[in-house]
Design a protein around this ligand. Structure first.
Ligand code: SF4
Length: 193
């Protein structure tokens, strides 16, 4: 049986990816890979890493984790390219190049990414970045549209579920039009004690 390295950005998307892979005609042994210098701030990065570790343990899957917090690396990668889609193109390349290298170093036949489960990501850019990363190391990238896949609820129950993509730009986009963590306007409910 071949080994597939799964670049994992978070536990819930990893759960969906495992469900999608289970439908592949040829079974593959998954190896989970964590390498996400795009996730900020540090406590968010730790929450997501911890959830991925817990899911890998529940599922009995090997995990390769790059536990270096990559703030500087990410900032350098996107500096001068902060607008979408340029920023995301560079972010995908950063992570998938890293995943492709890990696949080669760990004897995997193919690699993929949990990003392909997201309804919020640009699938054409993900696929292009994955295929380019794969060509560079001689390991094929498996793209599937797993947006409709459903994670096993037992695998993801109680695990941290993030509210934004990862970088501080995406955190701003997620919350800028909300009043999250603001006092309510005058006349609304009283502030908490
Ligand atoms: S929005 Fe998401 S994919 Fe785009 S740069 Fe930020 S973390 Fe990366």
């Amino acid at each position: 049986m071949g080994r597939i390295l799964i670049h994992a950005c978070c536990a819930h998307c990893l759960g969906k990816t495992l469900a999608g892979l289970a439908r592949e005609p040829e079974p593959m042994a998954p190896v989970v890979f964590w390498g996400n210098p795009n996730i900020h701030p540090l406590i968010e990065w730790r929450r997501r890493l911890k959830a991925v570790k817990m899911l890998a343990e529940r599922a009995g899957l090997p995990l390769i984790a790059n536990e270096t917090y990559g703030l500087v690396e990410f900032c350098r990668a996107v500096h001068g390219h902060e607008a979408v889609p340029e920023r995301c193109t560079r972010c995908y390349a950063l992570r998938l190049n890293r995943a492709a290298e890990a696949a080669r170093e760990n004897g995997c036949n193919v690699f993929t990414t949990t990003l392909a489960t997201s309804r919020h990501q640009d699938h054409a850019l993900i696929r292009a970045a994955g295929e380019a990363a794969g060509r560079a190391v001689g390991i094929p990238f498996l793209y599937r549209d797993w947006r409709e896949a459903e994670a096993d609820p037992d695998l993801v129950k109680m695990l941290y579920h993030q509210q934004y993509c990862g970088c501080v730009f995406s955190e701003y986009d997620r919350f800028k039009d909300t009043t999250t963590h603001l006092w309510p306007p005058p006349g609304d409910a009283a502030p908490p004690p």
